[in-house]
Design a protein. Structure first.
Length: 108
């Protein structure tokens, strides 16, 4: 896959699960607002075994993670349900992207 195809997949999955994803250079992250309870991150990691410096090709593997970024305040049942839904959607998105085993080759 190309870097552009990877970006389209990440943005598409974000839209599907209700998260706006932003390319921050070294990673894609879900956009954070005052309402966000979780963050999804897709990090770029160099695969040195598949990289060829002589051929000017760097193999990039993507690592998908999620974290809870806001907890601790007291909430009513409706707020807890909304948070639980966001966490469930995020977990499903992370799992789906992990299964895709996304990678691409970057040339320089």
């Amino acid at each position: 896959m190309t870097k552009q195809e990877i970006a389209e997949i990440i943005e598409s999955k974000g839209n599907e699960y209700g998260f706006k994803m932003r390319d921050m250079g070294s990673a894609w992250t879900s956009e954070q607002t005052s309402e966000s309870n979780i963050r999804i991150e897709v990090f770029k990691e160099t695969d040195y075994d598949k990289t060829s410096w002589e051929d000017r090709r760097v193999a990039i593997n993507l690592k998908v993670t999620g974290c809870i970024c806001r907890m601790g305040d007291r909430r009513e049942a409706a707020d807890l349900q909304k948070t639980a839904d966001e966490i469930a959607r995020g977990a499903k998105m992370v799992a789906e992207l992990e299964k895709m085993d996304l990678s691409y080759i970057e040339t320089f």
